[in-house]
Design a protein around this ligand. Structure first.
Ligand code: PEP
Ligand code: MG
Length: 599
């Protein structure tokens, strides 16, 4: 963290403190000039005890919303509890649900808010604690056991209330500062027109970063100093391009950034570029878009995407307010996606739930010690075919008649997983026919290559899949044993590590031999320095966040495929990721004009 003395003549309260610069990692580009809002989600605590009399109605509403949110959480947990734990979980969930519907409890909380002007949190705590004390001192052992369950209800409600309070405190010029955030949190808070977001923890390929890019919101991660150096209300500039947060910026710095931001806004692509994307020596490259949010569909045409290469369905539905994953709703969603994607079609990735805490409401059962190695992606889908997998497959089959769709399986490790999904797909297609429901069974099936096992066995998968999509975000984390969401090791998470690239080559070769297309859809595909490396390794299709398409397109058109091949050879022989990155950067500097590389 650098400190600068404040110059004379700063303008107004915006720059009353000493300017300081906090370094982090830019995880989503862009500039935000605004006011900090510090969010502490760490513990479900009560932050205000009393409320002013004229805030009673708002507080009652906050409470009602929190109860509703808590009930939704329980319903989702019930749906996703593993079968083995169902009986135990059901009793606990039902006990909590009963409490949330208990008239006496609800009345007591409302009464304290209305008559004593207590905050909803304080009232919930007081009522539940009194109830708990009664149970704990009961002579009945069964009732004493029930006391512990009230702690869960209290925590759940306080957490739900905190979300409401945060929303109330955010104004439309806020830059959110937090120790850590999940992608879910960001989606929820984004409704309040956040300008940007800074976290002390987290990595640049986390789902938080994916969502920030989708929202077009600058994001800085790994900025631990922000927690101590920034207070709510401080004027700040967030520079997601260079990875800096400037607190109490000098007025001239603010001016500079405002200018840069206006320039960026003005240069946003408005003219669709549908010209073919070929290298200078005529190799054709397909550039598709990664989509996580419905509003990104509007970007496909202006940014000239050749269809959707990755629809992250778990984000898509969550961003629409979570809720049900009913088949009808999914059919409508995929239809909208494929219609926006046009003739090039769209790739629907089946729900990739679990892993990191991006969907905390869906986490259930005992906490997993290693969630990334746990109940995630295809594992969860195959364990819960009726709730999750079958409805999603049916929806894709039905939407497939509105335009070409493909289905993509997340976190595949084993051939069996593909065969099982194919069997279910055939069953559902047959069932739809028997029911007379229009659909198109001609649905290519591909896998995400993101677990080293799948890359190592790519040759064996070619008989079972129609295409590969290499997810370098996870492939890197699983190959290098580096948690993609942990800022302590973020610098070690590099898809340019020769070991990761070696696996990629293996997949490319297996695909080429079997005429099975290979695409790359991890964040590395949008990294301009990495693009020539990927081309040199033989990759012909890249899928990136729409905003990155213009830069990637410029690079592809500026390089010669023939010349990228020696680059690919030298990086594969590099000893480490740092050397690979340096070679890629130097290659770009010598082979591509500065304007194409940095425009
Ligand atoms: C990946 O792992 O590279 C990928 C594209 O999937 P996600 O980032 O959604 O895990
Ligand atoms: Mg992945």
């Amino acid at each position: 963290m650098e400190n600068h003395s404040s110059p004379a003549g700063t303008d107004g309260p915006e720059s009353s403190g000493a300017e300081c610069v906090i370094e982090g990692t830019g995880a989503a580009p862009g500039i935000a000039v605004g006011t900090a809002y510090c969010y502490d989600a760490s513990a479900p605590t009560v932050r205000r005890n009393a409320i002013p009399p004229d805030a009673v109605e708002a507080e009652l509403e906050l409470f009602a919303n929190a109860v509703q949110r808590a009930e939704q959480e329980l319903a989702t947990i019930r749906t996703l509890t593993p079968e083995a734990a169902e009986a135990d979980a059901e009793a606990l969930i039902e006990a909590q649900a009963l409490m949330l519907r208990d008239d006496e409890f609800l009345r007591a909380v409302r009464q304290r808010i209305r008559e004593r002007h207590e905050s909803a949190g304080a009232a919930v705590q007081a009522v539940l604690r009194a109830h708990r004390e009664r149970l704990e001192t009961s002579a009945d052992a069964y009732l004493r056991d029930r006391a512990g369950e009230l702690i869960d209800v209290e925590k759940r409600l306080l957490r739900a209330l905190r979300h409401g309070e945060v929303a109330a405190g955010i104004d439309s010029h806020s830059v959110l500062i937090a120790a850590s955030l999940t992608a879910t949190d960001l989606l929820r808070f984004s409704r309040y027109n956040l300008l940007g977001c800074v976290t002390a923890h987290g990595g640049p390929t986390s789902h938080l970063a994916v969502v920030a890019k989708a929202l077009n919101m600058p994001l800085l991660v790994g900025a631990a100093d922000a927690l101590t150096a920034v207070s709510s209300g401080d004027p700040v500039i967030l520079d997601g391009d260079s990875g800096r947060l400037i607190v109490h910026p000098h007025s001239e710095v603010r001016q500079q950034y405002r200018r840069r931001r206006s320039e960026q806004e003005a240069s946003t692509v408005k003219v669709p570029d549908q010209e073919p994307v070929t290298t200078t020596d005529g190799r054709s490259i397909t550039l598709r878009a990664n989509i996580g949010l419905e509003k990104e569909l509007e970007l496909l045409s202006p940014y000239g995407a050749d269809g959707v290469g990755l629809l992250r369905t778990e984000l898509f539905f969550l961003a629409q307010g979570g809720g049900t994953l009913a088949e009808e709703r999914q059919v409508g969603a995929y239809r909208a996606v494929v219609e926006a994607a046009g003739a090039a079609g769209a790739t629907v990735r089946l729900l990739d739930l679990g892993g990191d805490d991006r969907l905390p409401r869906l986490h259930t059962g005992p906490r997993e010690d290693n969630p990334y190695l746990g109940w995630r992606g295809i594992r969860m889908l195959l364990d819960r075919p009726d709730e999750l997998l079958r409805p999603q497959l049916r929806a894709v089959l039905r939407a497939n008649r509105h335009g070409p769709l493909r289905v993509l399986l997340p976190m595949v490790t084993d051939l069996y997983e593909v065969d099982r999904v194919r069997a279910l797909l055939a069953e559902e297609a047959e069932r739809l026919s028997a029911e007379g429901v229009p659909h198109d069974p001609d649905l290519p099936v591909g896998i995400m290559v993101e677990v080293p096992a799948a890359a190592l066995q790519a040759h064996a998968f070619t008989d079972h899949v129609d295409f590969f999509s290499v997810g370098t975000n996870d492939l890197t984390q699983y190959t290098l044993a580096v948690d993609r969401g942990n800022d302590r090791v973020a610098a070690r998470h590099s898809a340019l590590h020769p070991a990761v690239l070696g696996l990629l080559v293996r997949v490319v070769k297996a695909g080429r031999r079997a005429d099975c297309p290979v695409e790359v859809c991890g964040e590395i595909a949008g990294d301009v320095q990495a693009v020539p490396v990927l081309l040199g390794l033989g990759v012909e299709t890249l899928s990136v966040a729409p905003q990155y398409l213009p830069a990637v397109r410029r690079i592809v058109r500026a390089v010669s495929y023939k010349e990228t091949k020696p680059l690919a050879r030298t990086v594969l022989e590099a000893p480490d990721a740092e050397t690979t990155r340096r070679r890629a950067r130097e290659w770009l500097e010598t082979h591509v004009s500065a304007s194409a590389a940095h425009e």
